[in-house]
Design a protein around this ligand. Structure first.
Ligand code: DGT
Ligand code: CA
Ligand code: CA
Ligand code: ZN
Length: 583
């Protein structure tokens, strides 16, 4: 069956190709549809198959034209118009756009002018000095492309958790529908909620291996069977590889523990076990204290655990630990002393402080966004559109006067709303760490998020000084997406998180975990380092439309990877406490 993620990927590709073809407006509509399709809570293909065309049209941002394409794709596996565009522009778009400064538009131009289709073509053209001859390019762009090629090649292999996890959820739902499957669970990096995923690992227990594997490789969504054997199968769904392992019920827990990883966590845990006369592997936990040669086989010694994952940790005298913590960053020692964190959950989140509206580059009105936040059960909600400044795309940012106008609009909406609405702004942290807002504007606002959008290639020393300066600024409440990275596209600022975290703690500025799956910035290890310095974090979505308020899912798990507890997260606090912090 066609998944929502697959449909979304098609519309994103559509948008890229239309942009490459210099078509205006339409790409944005397709991107918006893609976001909403991806975030849709149930399989859209089911509605199509039930003939419920209206339900499809009623999805936000979909409408008549796009719903026809959804129906076409679900029914035929193709969208004719997309096939035509693909033939017209045979470009490796995902590869090329990974180069900083190369978007779909540029890729289209490079194809038309120089016939560039792949990274190799681009490298050859840049090395031959052909790129700088194209109108709108120059020697600097050409040098930049050459500098970025290696990064683009190495990061190319990993997928965003925001794309891989919805697919993993679909895989789980499919496996759960197979009668012979007793238990199933994701494992690997996806269960640890890493920001990027190499492949999706899934594990099932059954007594009927063959039936399960046969059914799995025959799943409608599978595009390619990479390998298939008695205990495992690997398939490709879209761009993503899915590894299924099938085990007997008695070994489900040990296999789940083993295949969840991380490798470093497993190595440390295994050593911890050896020190206690235990042997740990994917088949179980074994007491080998009485055994002369514990390495003689996989299943030597007395088997003490394996059916459940809890049992595996319990066999070592340790509590079970959330997969997000399993990165070998101190979790085993913390478990031993009973100091594992009580991680923040989605239910703890009471509001969002960094969201956009059509006042800048968002898609919806203030009240539409506030309604969506209210429906989510939030207690408070902050609008933070872009202020004008360096790095903000032409005309999208608000001037001081426009901010004051927007504040009064936000107040009006707030007066009628059932939740507290904060008037905020996303200011720009310039290359020196300053923001450009007048005192009058600062006084009118409830929350100031300040983010770096320009000069993202500074050296680490300069970048650290810049971000420290920003968090020391008493006007700034939240440092937004501190590094400015875009996963698979640009690495962003390299800076000393410990120094920034320490300054943030001292000056009561929260550091943002931007939940947009393309950012996830701060990321797990940075959250952990900042919290160790006593800093607070804010888990914000940076939503540009109601459906992407759901990005909070990625932000919460990223914060959990950084050991965050509810008390560390300012938007898990009640309104009184957060207002005091923001003041
Ligand atoms: P990925 O797919 O690159 O995002 O990362 P993972 O962590 O999902 O890695 P993957 O798919 O290669 O393997 C899944 C898990 O299996 C991994 O997290 C830990 C376990 N594993 C795989 N190979 C080894 C190994 O050689 N030693 C140990 N201890 N564990 C391994
Ligand atoms: Ca994996
Ligand atoms: Ca794997
Ligand atoms: Zn931003």
């Amino acid at each position: 069956m066609t998944t929502n993620a697959e449909l979304a990927a098609r519309f994103e590709e559509f948008a890229d190709l239309l942009e490459a073809d210099d078509v205006e407006y339409k790409p944005r509509a397709y991107r918006r549809a893609a976001e909403n399709v991806r975030a849709h809570p149930s399989p859209i293909a089911d509605r199509v198959e039930a003939g419920d065309r209206e339900a499809v049209e009623n999805i936000d941002g979909v409408g008549d034209a796009i719903s026809s394409k959804i129906v076409e794709y679900v029914e035929t596996g193709e969208i004719e118009e997309l096939e035509e565009l693909r033939a017209e522009l045979p470009i490796d778009m995902a590869d090329l756009t990974r180069i900083e400064g190369v978007g779909p538009k540029t890729a289209g131009k490079l194809y038309r002018e120089l016939g560039v289709q792949t990274l190799d073509d681009l490298e050859a053209a840049a090395e031959a000095g052909e790129v700088q001859e194209v109108k709108g390019f120059g020697p600097k762009t050409e040098a930049n492309i050459l500098d970025n090629l290696e990064f683009a090649r190495t990061v190319g292999q990993r997928h965003l958790v925001g794309e891989a996890r919805p697919l993993a959820d679909d895989v789980l739902a499919f496996l759960e529908s197979i009668d012979a499957v007793e238990r199933c669970e994701v494992a690997g990096s996806i269960r640890r909620w890493r920001e990027t995923i190499g492949d999706v690992d899934v594990l099932t227990s059954t007594t009927e291996n063959e039936a399960v594997i046969e059914t799995f490789v025959a799943w409608d969504s599978v595009d390619d069977v990479i390998e298939s054997g008695p205990e495992k199968a690997s398939v490709r769904v879209g761009e993503i590889r899915v590894d299924l392992r099938v085990v007997v019920p008695e070994e489900f827990g040990s296999a789940l523990q083993y295949f969840t990883g991380s490798k470093d966590h497993n190595v440390s845990l295994r050593n911890y076990a050896i020190d206690r006369g235990m042997k740990l592997n994917e088949y179980g936990a074994f007491d080998v204290s009485e055994i002369d040669d514990p390495d003689a086989g996989q299943r030597v010694g007395e088997r003490v655990a394996g059916e459940t994952e809890e049992g595996m940790y319990d066999a070592l005298g340790l509590p079970w630990m959330p997969p997000e913590l399993r990165e070998d960053r101190g979790e085993i020692a913390a478990a031993e002393t009973g100091d594992l964190p009580n991680l923040v959950t989605r239910a703890d989140i009471r509001g969002d402080l960094h969201t956009h509206t059509e006042w800048s580059d968002g898609n919806n009105t203030i009240s539409e966004m506030v309604d969506a936040a209210t429906k989510r059960g939030y207690e408070y909600y902050g609008i933070a559109d872009h202020a004008e400044g360096p790095g903000v795309v032409g005309g999208m940012g608000l001037s001081g006067e426009e901010i004051l106008e927007q504040v009064s609009d936000i107040r009006e909406v707030g007066d009628d709303a059932d939740i507290e609405v904060f008037a905020g702004i996303e200011a720009n942290v310039d290359a020196e760490g300053e923001i450009d807002l007048s005192d009058e504007v600062i006084d009118a606002l409830d929350v100031i998020v300040a983010s770096p959008h320009s000069a993202l290639d500074q050296d680490a020393g300069t970048a650290t000084g810049r971000l420290v300066r920003a968090v020391e600024n008493p006007a700034i409440d939240v440092l937004g997406h501190p590094s400015g990275r875009l996963l698979n596209q640009r690495s962003g600022l390299d800076y000393d998180i410990t120094a920034v975290g320490r300054a943030a703690a001292e000056h009561d500025t929260a550091l943002e975990v931007n939940s947009d799956p393309r950012r996830l910035d701060l990321w797990g290890s940075a959250v952990q380092a900042a919290l160790e310095e006593g800093a607070k974090i804010a888990i914000d979505t940076d939503a540009h439309q109601p459906s992407t308020l759901e990005y909070v899912r990625w932000g919460v798990h990223t914060a959990r990877r950084g050991w965050a507890e509810p008390d560390d997260v300012i938007n898990a606090w009640d309104e009184t406490r957060i207002r005091e912090f923001l003041h």
